[in-house]
Write a protein that binds this ligand. Structure first.
Ligand code: AMP
Length: 423
């Protein structure tokens, strides 16, 4: 008995990896204030076609149900969430919605590309402007950082920059669809292949070469603009405003790449994708602004920006980086040099837990040596050692278990800013 091509069973270790990412996602939703929803797994095929045209039939699982309705399995969470949000007349806007679940795509299976996989997804409805765009990027950056992934890069662009540049080069809007598709392909295929493919469709070589310049326009906003050699394109001011906001938010791993257009999809503004450049795989997450999708799904017009990440691909990247445990799974152990100090240790651990940090204390009154060896066994990230209870100074030792370095810190400093005191 075999499964249909591209389908698979998930074993226990994969499920625990998925659960971990779901836990980080829910926690991140909690700190950003996203309300979790679940869109229907089955849509009317016409809803998916309204989003992406009849060509979507090749990319989704669709069938006739017993009532002879043309239906399809969801291929992302955005369409269902947006259909639902645009139908709710009483929704208080702006609204932050989130979802986590399986999606089906009739993709050609290969490493990191499956026909059934999981996505996390956030959407902000009813907010225009750079701050909402920047929040979707910041959420993505924070997810990847909390998962412990290093060296990730977020590549960002604005759909209007690419569109107005292409219209300028081609002299009309007619070729826009073909040219956006050509630019999108530069992510996967060589430029010469793409140029010869589109030459055979009747496009002039010199214009194709000019369009391909979009994919070379990377780096800072100034670098990308001068690589393109064309100023004054629509979308630049908005992109610069988002980059400014990201800088203020401390999101530093961002680079402009005008080759990011995110296919022919519904995007109308900022677009971005997040990569682990060492993984050799496609994007770990992507998103952007899509203000006209709600209306095209038949609902009321609602501005929207969001992001979605691939869970299995992220797990592969984490494996490749040797990330076995998440920082969230690693406790802070509060150890004490003398049994009399257990209460102080327990009180400090309670303070940390109230700040949402996983903290433990040895309840058996073991020796400090034993507590330290247990802390290593439990994969503690940091051990805090209380050597004496000196009410005047309240200083403790903070030992980083990875670097094996120690520093003396005041308890009040730990409780006021645990993240930096325990880093
Ligand atoms: P998209 O909306 O197509 O950009 O999808 C969002 C994320 O889902 C991508 O950045 C990938 O990480 C992931 N993804 C997309 N297609 C697949 C697939 N066929 N298999 C596994 N992950 C995928």
């Amino acid at each position: 008995m075999s499964l249909p091509r591209g389908m698979k069973d998930f074993e226990a270790d994969e499920m625990s990896g998925i659960e971990r990412i779901r836990t980080v996602f829910l926690k991140t939703c909690g700190v950003f204030g996203y309300a979790v929803v679940e869109p229907s797994p089955i849509e009317m095929l016409s809803v998916l076609e309204a989003k992406a045209g009849p060509a979507i039939r090749d990319e989704v699982y669709h069938f006739e149900d017993k009532g002879k309705r043309a239906v399809a399995l969801r291929f992302d969470l955005t369409v269902g969430m947006t259909r639902n949000a645009s139908a709710q007349r009483s929704m208080r806007l702006p609204a932050r919605h989130a979802a986590f679940g399986g999606v089906w795509r009739y993709d050609e299976p290969q490493k990191g590309r499956y026909r059934y996989f999981h996505q996390w997804d956030i959407e902000i409805y009813g907010a225009t402007g750079a701050e909402a765009d920047a929040e979707a990027v910041e959420f993505t950056a924070q997810m990847l950082e909390t998962l412990g992934l290093c060296n990730t890069r977020i590549e960002i662009s604005h759909r209007m920059i690419a569109e107005s540049y292409i219209v300028g080069v081609m002299g009309s809007k007619d070729a826009l669809g073909d040219m956006l598709r050509a630019v999108d392909r530069t992510q996967k295929r060589s430029e010469s292949e793409i140029i010869s493919e589109y030459k055979s469709k009747g496009y002039a070589q010199d214009r194709l070469e000019k369009v391909m310049r979009l994919a070379h326009a990377r780096g800072t906003a100034d670098e990308a603009e001068s690589a393109l050699g064309t100023g004054g394109l629509e979308g630049w001011d908005e992109l610069r405003a988002v980059l400014g906001s990201l800088d203020e938010r401390g999101v530093k791993n961002v680079e402009v790449n005008l080759g990011i257009v995110r296919g022919l999809d519904y995007y109308s503004g900022v677009v971005f994708e997040a990569f682990d450049p060492d993984s050799g795989m496609g994007a770990l997450a992507g998103g952007g602004r899509y203000d006209s999708l709600a209306e095209s799904l038949g609902g009321q017009s609602v501005a929207a920006v969001g992001a979605a990440g691939g869970v299995e691909r992220t797990m592969l990247a984490m494996d490749a980086q040797g990330i076995k445990a998440l920082p969230l799974d690693r406790p802070i152990v509060v150890a004490y040099a003398d049994k009399d100090l257990i209460r102080h240790a327990a009180s400090l651990a309670s303070g940390l837990r109230r700040a949402g940090i996983y903290a433990t204390v040895d309840l058996a009154g073991r020796s400090l040596k034993k507590q330290m060896s247990n802390a290593s066994q439990d994969n503690a990230r940091v051990t805090i050692i209380i050597k004496q209870h000196d009410a005047a100074s309240q200083r403790v030792i903070v030992r980083n278990m990875d670097s094996q370095t120690e520093k003396e810190v005041k308890i009040e400093e730990i409780l006021a800013d645990p993240k930096s005191a325990l880093s």
